[in-house]
Design a protein around this ligand. Structure first.
Ligand code: UD1
Length: 422
């Protein structure tokens, strides 16, 4: 089994290119099933979850060819409506294949969803919304079964602005008869990216700034080439790593408006942040330990839950006491237990983390329990004294492209090793 060995204490310096967004790649690759033809989707990150997703696309009949940083898809021909049950297929990103297959084939069979174990992650909002569009949706023998002769536009109110439910409903309603209105939809930048892709292909979707999304059904879409947006969580992670190591680094190829709350919190904590090139480069430096800040995760444009564990690592060595309130997922503090092994003083009560900043963390052998928690432990290891061994690194590989190579380019002392080298 592979693990990362991190020699802490070296400030990260230089610049790092940010890859395409994991969470935009899944809905966009799913939505490509609404088109019949060849298309080049660019800036698709080379991460484990995307690799598994592309294998699923191949299995259901899509022609898939990796290019340098993208994927050529050919969606002509028969596409199977059934996604098979398999361990590697167990990723959250497959949720949008459900809406896409109903829209394309009139039916879809999806095995139970996977993804990070960060909460119960129900999909009731997806099911309720799709039923309101006229689909029959039920669980049977471990599969979510969906069918519809022709979906009909309707007004759908989401009790919570779920990212996945909003994406599924947008994709499903592109060919629906009449107009669909999604009220209280998610406003994450990945949703905007999905809408841009679909509109480029001929869909008629409008989203206002307050979470109302209007979709006028169209008869067909034409295949188009498209570039996936930069990954705002990867960018946020490297900025936090720059700050915790007292480094001086820039993230390139980003859109700062996508992760403004992270930038604002880093500034509030005392980091020096400089936005350049019309928001496509963000530079960070920190000379000293940062100050404590309180954080509350919220749907976009609030502070992203996916950057919360990395901030927890940063706050564990900040000056003073911080409180993190997690409002999106109920089990998102798993990294706290591992950070404590490194000397952090963190208490968890329900959905709150109470952090007393300590002067220094010490390297330890720690285990990634989920993707962002793993990134948090690397963040901590980079600042700790001594050596940190991060086990279960596959969690991190699910969502970060070439993480140790990018860190090495920034001067980080990070090596990938296999278990018999421990
Ligand atoms: C997506 C992202 C994930 C991110 C999350 C919130 C992908 C592949 N993953 O996950 O990285 O952390 O958005 O920004 O894009 N909920 C329900 N019923 C539903 C759907 C969701 O109760 O039918 C709840 C969830 O349990 C959770 C909250 O809504 O508490 C947010 O979930 P959602 O926005 O749907 O997240 P995902 O799409 O799963």
């Amino acid at each position: 089994m592979e693990y990362l060995e991190i020699e802490g204490g070296k400030p990260l310096r230089g610049s790092v290119n940010i890859s395409g967004a994991k969470n935009a790649a899944f809905p966009i690759l799913s939505a490509a099933l609404l088109m019949k033809g060849k298309m080049h989707i660019k800036n698709v990150p080379q991460i484990l979850d995307v690799q598994h997703f592309l294998e699923i696309l191949k299995e259901i009949g899509v022609y898939v060819e990796r290019t340098d940083s993208g994927v050529i898809l050919d969606t002509r021909g028969d596409i199977s409506s059934k996604i098979k049950q398999s361990e590697t297929h167990s990723l959250r990103g497959t949720q949008t294949l459900f809406g896409a297959l109903i829209a394309r084939n009139g039916k879809a069979f999806l095995p139970s969803l996977g993804g990070c174990n960060i909460g119960s992650r129900p999909i009731d909002l997806h099911i309720k919304g799709l039923r309101q569009l006229g689909a029959n949706v039920d669980w049977s023998e471990g599969y979510l079964n969906g069918s519809a002769d022709k979906l009909k536009g309707n007004s759908v109110y989401l009790d919570f602005p779920s990212v996945g439910a909003t994406e599924n409903l947008i994709i499903a309603s592109v060919f629906a008869k009449g107009d669909t209105v999604i009220e209280n939809g998610a406003r994450e930048p990945e949703i905007r990216n999905l809408i841009d892709f679909l509109n480029k292909a001929g869909a008629n979707i409008k989203m206002n700034g307050s979470g109302i999304i209007r979709i006028k059904g169209v008869k067909e879409l034409s295949p188009v080439d498209f570039e996936i947006m930069p990954d705002r969580i990867e960018a946020s992670t490297y900025l936090i790593m720059g700050a915790i190591t007292g480094g001086d680094l820039a993230v390139n190829g980003v859109n700062v408006r996508d992760f403004e709350p992270v930038v604002m919190k880093l500034k509030e904590a005392g980091a020096i942040v400089d936005v350049k090139d019309n928001g496509s480069t963000v530079h960070i430096s920190a000379n000293d330990r940062l100050n404590a800040v309180d954080i509350k995760t919220l749907p976009y444009p609030g502070f992203p839950t996916d950057a919360q564990p990395q901030m927890m690592a940063l706050l564990s060595i900040s000056k003073g006491s911080s409180v993190i309130t997690e409002t999106i997922f109920e089990n998102r503090f798993k990294a706290a237990k591992e950070l404590r092994k490194m000397g952090a003083d963190i208490k968890i009560e329900n959905n709150m983390a109470f952090i007393k900043g300590v002067e220094k963390l010490q390297g330890a052998t720690v285990e990634a329990g989920d993707l962002r928690g793993g990134a948090a432990l690397i963040t901590a290891g980079l600042a700790a004294s001594g050596t940190t061994k991060l086990l279960n690194v596959f969690h991190v590989d699910r969502g970060y492209e070439h993480i140790e190579k990018k860190l090495q380019l920034l001067g980080g002392r990070v090596q990938r090793k296999t278990k018999n080298e421990i």
